[in-house]
Design a protein around this ligand. Structure first.
Ligand SMILES: [Zn+2]
Length: 318
């Protein structure tokens, strides 16, 4: 595998003038440096050939089979783009000030102290699994369009269930339990904190039929208009996915408990988000549920948490 570097020897002025820094696709890599203070080349070459030529705006393309390591701070102007093609990898341990577009079709690894900020947009072309984020992203993230497979909607690989997008009746019956990754996350949170973090009965995985029973029960006892604000129509409960769980106490004052406060502040580190935040009721259609967590995986949960958006906003769906 060919490895490319953006050298740490470049001056900040050169980077700012250069707009987007450049790396070449393997097919047109000649071993010469066509650039201007910002160098890309194979790892077998030394970093001694930084050019003094006039900087100009250029694009970055990370091609199939290439790994581009960026350990410095670079900027990408509004006229330029960074494109990680399928099979390519961008390893970021520096910072990107993004004014243009960053297309992620290959792999983007954002290390712990790395950052992508600016007014530009990171476009997830296929799957959020292509981003491994341990660092900070403040740039906007553009999700792919929803895709429906066998009656199930995915956005960038994330299973989406809400009032608009539902599940078939039989979905989940083969597993009939919360997903192992969510179970592990809860166990890890419990182990790390000493909090109870108990799973509410029937509030890990919940089948279509069980949801149907509960929804009808709430309608009978509380009326449809009230029931719909806190209970999902059958096929529209996130609990049917196996990726959701209600923790310890399904009452609003859970948010004021030590455990509830910790959960809100830290569950993203374990791959989960508070799915129905207090300030997003108009968008999610659900009352604040400080007890309801949704597993997304650590990287995506961190991106959602850091964005301050609810899942519908993050995925750009209704
Ligand atoms: Zn719930």
């Amino acid at each position: 595998m060919k490895k490319l570097h953006i050298l740490a020897t470049i001056s900040l002025a050169a980077v700012l003038l250069a707009g987007c820094t450049e790396t070449t696709a393997p097919s047109d890599s000649t071993g010469n440096n066509p650039n201007n203070g910002v160098v890309s080349q194979s790892s077998s070459q030394s970093g001694s050939d930084s050019s003094q030529a006039e900087p100009e705006n250029q694009n970055i393309t990370v091609s199939n089979g290439d790994v581009l390591e960026i350990s410095d701070n670079i900027s990408c102007s509004a006229e330029n783009e960074i494109r990680i093609e399928k099979g390519g990898t961008l390893d970021l341990s520096g910072e990107i000030d993004l004014s243009g577009d960053l297309y992620v079709e290959g792999k983007l690894h954002i290390a712990q102290n790395a950052k992508i900020g600016g007014t530009g947009v990171i476009h997830v072309v296929n799957s959020f699994d292509d981003i491994e984020c341990e660092g900070t992203v403040t740039a906007k993230i553009d999700a792919p369009e929803p895709v429906e497979i066998d009656g199930v909607t995915y956005v960038g690989g994330i299973l989406l269930v809400n009032k608009e997008y539902g599940l078939p009746r039989e979905f989940g019956t083969d597993i009939a339990d919360i997903r192992p990754e969510l179970r592990s996350a809860i166990e890890q949170m419990r182990a790390d904190t000493g909090f109870g973090m108990t799973l509410r009965p029937s509030s890990g995985y919940r089948s279509y039929a069980t949801q149907e029973w509960w929804f009808n029960y709430y309608c009978d006892t509380d009326g449809y208009d009230n029931a719909i604000t806190y209970s999902a129509l059958p096929g529209h409960s996130e609990h049917q996915t196996g990726y959701a769980a209600d923790i310890t106490k399904t009452e609003l004052d859970y948010a004021d408990t030590e455990e509830g406060k910790w959960l809100a502040a830290n569950c993203y580190k374990y791959g989960c988000i508070i799915r129905y935040p207090a300030d997003k009721v108009d968008i999610t259609g659900y009352i604040y549920e400080p007890w309801h967590i949704r597993y997304l995986g650590k990287s995506t949960a961190k991106l959602v948490h850091d964005s301050g958006l609810c899942l519908e906003e993050f995925l750009e769906v209704d």
